[in-house]
Design a protein around this ligand. Structure first.
Ligand SMILES: [Zn+2]
Length: 468
């Protein structure tokens, strides 16, 4: 709604971007003199001069990473699941070495690690983590980032796929008047999840390496593969990483620090029917696909589905049905912040599948439950200063802290459980896993600056006490 837009915003002439083969990489009045849609929008200020100074190199890195196809693939046979992640990994090693992190390396499983030594030598070792892969849930090849300078608060029409970013449906976008916004060209995801996080970490450590006078603890950097398929932590060598705690840069809205994730299981129901030629099927065919459809239809869609729940409510989300009349498989993810409720939701799925199968004596049912990750809160409660340090860094960068719970998981969910306390910090990206994905350059720069502030917080004597 217009009244929800910043006062200076007004509707942009629709169709102002050509749906041509070549996608302009920068749009907006600064780069399009003479086009005649000048608005009264003034560029938004950065949260600090530090953030402003980081923005150009940060954006350049982000645009470069986004164009490498690092989409991960489910049911992987090795790590990483796709070769593009190694390509990005090699590029990151080169950039980290160039920045002065001499031990930067890519291991055979696709993990990039590097060290920035501390300024005095006695500080704790603190980890910074982001994931290199992008979601398999939207097209991830051929990403062409488009920068929209000085966002005017209007609907953003992307050049491909008829994709529109409508601030009426994206409350976070409303607040970004005057920001530089990065989107895809409309027919792929952008990959801000989590290349924004990767670019922020590289930019921050490169800045620290170039400014040895800035205080910092020893920083250990890790870029993980296959986070989106739940495998980012699987081959993460925590003892070798050697950090007291770590931060994933994998959140969203500016100022966020997240110490809670869902607890997560996957449930799989395999229904065996009786396959017969449909011409001779009378009284014989038992269609497994029909049974699977019944199971999904009988799950509570109003009270326990991602599309009807929010906040701290959990859900059962069937995300794939496959098969044929002979055998059909339903895959669903089950989520809740409370482990007891998670168990109840899993049991409900199982009861529903059993009840449907029981109505057809010739059908056979197999059920499997895979544990995915658990809410990291319990592990982070034991080390409250880890969150406190992040909050202090966010405030030092001039932002309001938003302590939120993630309706999802991060590498930190499993790393915290495995012994490396790892909360999550915002990146400035939004609408993840979709062709509408966007990120604010201003907010990404604030995130990179937050890392530099966090290094300062961890370099203080108080940090020694925390680490003791
Ligand atoms: Zn992510």
């Amino acid at each position: 709604m217009l009244q929800a837009l910043p006062a200076c915003g007004r509707l942009k002439r629709s169709g102002s971007l050509p749906a041509a083969e070549a996608v302009p990489t920068v749009v907006g009045r600064r780069r399009r003199p003479g086009i005649g849609i000048l608005t009264s929008v003034t560029p938004a200020p950065y949260t600090s001069s530090l953030a402003a100074s980081l923005a150009p190199s940060l954006l350049e890195r982000f645009q470069g990473y986004a164009q490498i196809d690092t989409q991960s693939r489910r049911d992987r046979s090795g790590s990483p699941s796709t070769p593009g992640q190694l390509e990005l990994g090699r590029r990151l090693v080169g950039e980290l070495v160039e920045a002065g992190l001499v031990d930067a390396a890519l291991d055979p499983n696709g993990y990039v690690t590097a060290t920035l030594p501390g300024s005095a030598g006695s500080e704790p070792v603190i980890g910074l983590i982001a994931h290199m892969d992008t979601s398999p849930d939207a097209p991830g090849a051929g990403v062409q980032p488009v920068v929209h300078r000085d966002y005017d608060g209007a609907v953003i029409e992307l050049p491909r796929g008829g994709t529109r970013l409508d601030p009426e449906r994206m409350p976070e976008l409303v607040a970004k008047g005057g920001h530089d916004i990065v989107t895809s060209s409309g027919d792929t995801l952008l990959g801000a999840d989590d290349k924004a996080g990767v670019a922020e970490i590289v930019t921050a450590v490169a800045h620290l390496a170039a400014h040895p006078e800035l205080p910092r603890p020893t920083l250990r950097v890790a870029f993980t593969p296959d986070e989106e398929i739940g495998e980012g932590a699987t081959l993460f060598d925590i003892p070798r990483f050697g950090a007291l705690c770590a931060y994933t840069m994998d959140g969203s809205e500016v100022g966020e620090v997240q110490d809670e994730t869902f607890s997560a299981d996957e449930v799989i129901a395999t229904l065996h029917g009786v396959e017969v030629h449909p011409g001779q099927a009378t009284g014989k065919l038992v269609n497994a696909l029909r049974l699977a459809a019944h199971v999904v239809a009988e799950l509570p869609a109003q009270t326990l589905a991602p599309e009807t729940t929010s906040g701290r409510e959990g859900f059962i989300h069937p995300y794939e049905i496959s098969g044929n009349p002979g055998v059909a498989e339903i895959r669903a993810i089950v989520r809740d912040f409370d482990d007891g409720l998670l168990r109840e939701h899993v049991e409900l799925f199982q009861r529903t599948a059993r009840a449907v199968a029981a109505r057809e004596p010739r059908a056979r049912l197999e059920l499997a439950v895979h544990r995915q990750y658990r809410n990291m809160r319990t592990h982070l409660e034991a080390v409250p200063y880890v969150i406190a340090a992040a909050e202090e860094a966010i405030r030092a960068e001039g932002m309001t802290v938003r302590r939120t719970a993630i309706r999802g998981g991060t590498d930190g969910s499993r790393l915290s459980e495995m012994g490396l306390p790892t909360p999550n910090i915002f990146t400035g990206g939004h609408e993840y896993h979709s062709v509408r994905e966007w990120a604010s350059v201003h907010d990404m720069a604030s995130a990179a600056a937050t890392i530099i502030r966090l290094a300062e917080v961890w370099s203080r004597p108080l940090a020694d006490e925390w680490a003791a």
